[in-house]
Design a protein around this ligand. Structure first.
Ligand SMILES: CC(=O)N[C@H]1[C@@H](OP(=O)(O)OP(=O)(O)OC[C@H]2O[C@@H](n3ccc(=O)[nH]c3=O)[C@H](O)[C@@H]2O)O[C@H](CO)[C@@H](O)[C@@H]1O[C@H](C)C(=O)N[C@@H](C)C(=O)N[C@H](CCC(=O)O)C(=O)O
Ligand SMILES: Nc1ncnc2c1ncn2[C@@H]1O[C@H](COP(=O)(O)OP(=O)(O)OP(=O)(O)O)[C@@H](O)[C@H]1O
Ligand SMILES: N[C@H](CCC[C@H](N)C(=O)O)C(=O)O
Ligand SMILES: [Mg+2]
Length: 494
């Protein structure tokens, strides 16, 4: 696409100099490390670096045009001045990649917990329905069965549009994507044409970033504002799928102009679960869809997974899939890696690896385990560095209250002192509480598995699918499942 044609989509711009040699745009990028000849570099003021200071480097590397919101000097290259480069980046990437989100069914999932799980269930339903699917989230970006790595749960808008463009090329028809609150605030999904937006729940997390729960809730609500009114829009109408057991879900129900499909357990809802029975191998419940009931036996464990299943059912139902077909996937789906992932052993001791890294996630995981634990519950838990400090004492409290043997250890300390993070956790519980502190995560896992008796359960919480640990800014290979298996081997289990 010619540069002149691409930048036509930006209103209220000033191009300096007005006359320049037009060129075929090879790429649009916000990152000097990705510049190719004839690309357009968009200067973004980030939390660490101001892209406006990098324009000369961008030109040296081959940028043929700069988009900026502050005065920059970069030789003879044309500069397009706009009022907000983040917005310009969203518009330019959408146009450059041919508005791919308009060509597919886009399902966005937001909420504190459950996004990864719900997107995986939704993807599986559409895949089993015979569609080629796309998935974007914490664990990876996936096109069909091919996996691509990802840095963020929700990628930056250029990576996102490039991924969606690739999905269109590969005939993907439905995309399930996680939309994080931070991404919503930073405009990482601006311009994405969502058809279905799902809200899971809102509990404490990321307050280092959002500061207040009100700001955090507002961030989540942006996904639903982005649905617009949805009447007469592309394909189906726009639908908001809302958990009405959560007060934020009920508020969104009042606020959104889109169609609403509610789900829940405690409150009346269009899609509802009742008579829930949780056991160690799965969950049984009655699913009611607009009052029509049927009994379901699913393999996923826990009340929170009932919510995830209801949300996923609602998304597929909205898309017009046959109820029987949806239920067939729901009853066979085994769960997502690192989410209540069971490592059974012949010793009769079970380890469970779970990605609970928020107070509510940890509470849910422990409550679920306590529902079916026959004997003692060990809980190996740490908190991430460079993340909300406020959740540390709360998670410590929950581990102490809901497990028999809490063991405090490190998660990803990142740039922080691991000992200091554990001290923050200890602030949440009375002094002399019966907790074991083992800073080294491998040693903590080994200790728990060494001490456990037959019929005990060892919950290893916080890192789920992660295959790394970041200590002192250095990323090393580390996998909770592998560590648990090693520890069991040492005990002679395998
Ligand atoms: C604090 C935060 O959110 N940072 C995000 C932000 O980066 P930033 O503002 O710090 O960027 P920066 O490093 O200052 O750079 C500014 C600009 O200079 C450019 N640059 C920078 C260096 C260079 O050599 N050349 C260059 O051109 C950068 O490309 C950027 O355009 O924008 C980047 C691109 O969108 C994100 O990758 C990055 O996420 C970082 C890695 C991060 O850890 N974010 C976490 C907090 C996050 O976003 N988490 C959420 C939620 C997780 C969940 O709940 O599931 C997520 O969606 O992942
Ligand atoms: N619906 C839910 N309600 C509460 N807790 C949940 C729910 N679903 C999952 N969890 C808990 O939260 C953990 C993370 O689940 P999941 O990865 O699906 O959430 P997420 O929203 O994608 O998290 P992240 O923000 O880190 O990407 C799980 O391991 C489980 O302990
Ligand atoms: N999306 C979350 C993941 C946290 C996972 C936990 N293991 C940690 O490293 O804190 C975050 O980036 O805050
Ligand atoms: Mg996730």
């Amino acid at each position: 696409m010619l540069a002149s044609r691409l930048i036509k989509s930006l209103k209220f711009k000033q191009v300096v100099p007005e006359k320049y040699d037009d060129f075929l745009v090879s790429a649009v990028t916000q990152d000097t490390r990705e510049i190719t000849q004839n690309s357009i570099f968009i200067a973004i003021s980030g939390s660490r670096i101001d892209g406006h200071t990098l324009v000369n480097e961008a030109v040296k590397k081959g940028a043929a045009m700069i988009v900026a919101q502050k005065k920059v000097a970069c030789g003879d290259r044309p500069v397009v001045y706009v009022e907000n480069t983040n917005r310009a980046m969203a518009i330019l990437s959408d146009k450059f990649y041919g508005s791919p989100s308009e060509a597919m069914r886009m399902i966005g999932v937001t909420g504190t917990n459950g996004k990864t799980t719900v997107t995986h269930i939704i993807e599986e339903i559409f895949r089993e329905h015979g569609e080629k699917t796309g998935l974007i989230g914490t664990m990876y970006r996936r096109i069909g069965k091919k996996i691509y790595p990802t840095k963020n749960t929700t990628p930056d808008i250029i990576t996102l549009q490039r991924t969606l463009n690739e999905m269109v090329k590969q005939d993907v028809s439905s995309v399930a994507m996680e939309v994080s609150s931070i991404a919503l605030v930073q405009g990482r999904v601006w311009g994405i044409d969502f058809d279905i937006a799902v809200f899971t729940n809102l509990t404490r997390d990321h307050l280092d970033y959002h500061k207040t729960m009100a700001n955090y809730a507002h961030a989540k609500s942006l996904l639903f504002s982005q649905l617009g009114n949805g009447y007469g829009a592309k394909k189906d109408c726009k639908v908001a799928i809302l958990n009405v057991d959560d007060p934020v879900g009920r508020k969104l129900e009042e606020d959104t102009a889109a169609h609403v499909l509610t789900y829940g357990v405690k409150h009346e809802a269009m899609i509802r679960a009742t008579n829930i029975v949780i056991h160690s191998q799965g969950t049984d419940f009655d699913l009611s869809v607009f009052g029509k009931k049927q009994h379901l036996k699913v393999k996923m464990v826990g009340l929170f997974n009932v919510y995830n299943i209801l949300a996923s059912y609602a998304a597929a139902y909205t898309a017009g899939l046959d109820s029987k077909e949806i239920i067939s996937t729901l009853t066979s789906f085994k769960g997502v890696k690192g989410r209540l992932q069971l490592i059974p052993t012949p010793l009769g001791i079970s380890a469970i690896v779970d990605y609970s890294h928020t107070p509510d996630g940890l509470l849910n995981a422990l409550e679920t385990i306590n529902d079916f634990a026959k004997r003692k519950v060990f809980c190996v838990i740490g908190c991430g560095g460079d993340r909300d400090h406020g959740k540390r004492p709360k998670m410590a409290q929950i581990a102490l209250q809901y497990s028999d043997y809490p063991i405090f250890t490190s998660d990803n300390p990142r740039s922080e002192d691991p000992q200091k993070i554990i001290e923050d956790m200890l602030q949440g519980i009375p002094q002399n509480s019966d907790v074991k502190v083992i800073v080294d995560r491998r040693a903590a896992i080994e200790y728990a598995i060494e001490k456990a008796q037959p019929s005990d359960i060892v919950l290893i919480a916080g890192k789920g699918h992660e295959d790394y640990q970041i200590i002192n800014g250095k990323k090393n290979h580390f996998d909770d499942v592998e560590e648990a298996e090693q520890a069991f081997k040492k005990r002679g289990a395998f």
